[in-house]
Write a protein that binds this ligand. Structure first.
Ligand code: GRF
Length: 201
């Protein structure tokens, strides 16, 4: 299994994937960032993994950016493309191109709080629980079928940063686990729905 990871920032989820032992059941063959200053690029270099920057600011529209992205990704003939804190909205063309093999992690208990500022939203809503979700990416932003979620408590004195930290610990657990399942052929997207070991999720 060849895995390409897309990042925009810190790359702590990328690091969690790199740190897996036993390894993931697939090889991270390249890391691509839209942001040249992403710390995740340093993590990739330290791990001896090929890295690329495709800066969205160099493109006049989303589709030409996504096409450039696809051209680089496809050089690696990936079986799986992993979005790990990749902060660009992808075109339907991109999503179609990698349908069935495109995963994302989102810091909320989907379908709650799609989009940004999820931790603050959970606090403002007075939720007792918050968390993160790994899902297949479909045309609907943050709306694809969920594979696995982890919940954490929201404490009364939580601020968004503290809550985000607690959620990230769980991200670093469930993303590698889900990717391992995918690499083992245990999790699939079939007719728009996610299955684990043949059971509908
Ligand atoms: C994570 O919270 C992830 O859920 C969200 O972006 C953040 C990326 O963090 N999509 P990192 O770059 O992996 O540290």
């Amino acid at each position: 299994n060849n895995i390409v990871v897309l990042i925009s920032g810190n790359g702590s989820n990328l690091q969690a994937l790199l740190d897996q032992s036993p390894p993931l059941g697939g090889e991270i063959v390249a890391v691509v960032s839209n942001n040249a200053n992403a710390y995740g690029l340093t993590r990739a270099q330290d791990a001896g993994i090929a890295s690329h920057v495709v800066d969205h600011k160099d493109f006049s529209d989303r589709l030409s950016f996504d096409k450039a992205l696809m051209a680089i990704i496809d050089q690696y003939e990936p079986n799986l493309v992993v979005l790990a804190g990749f902060m660009r909205i992808l075109t339907p063309e991109f999503v179609q191109h990698y349908q069935h093999c495109l995963l994302n992690i989102h810091p909320s208990l989907l379908p709650r709080y799609q989009g940004l500022h999820t931790h603050q939203q959970a606090i403002d809503a007075g939720d007792a629980e918050h968390g993160c979700s790994v899902h297949f990416v479909t045309d609907h932003l943050d709306g694809g079928p969920v594979i696995l979620q982890a919940q954490v408590p929201v404490f009364e004195d939580d601020d968004a940063a503290g809550l985000a930290e607690r959620v990230q610990v769980q991200e670093h657990a469930i993303y590698p686990l889900t990717i391992r399942w995918f690499c083992e052929g245990r999790v699939v997207l079939y007719q728009g729905k996610a299955y684990l070991d043949g059971a509908l999720l």
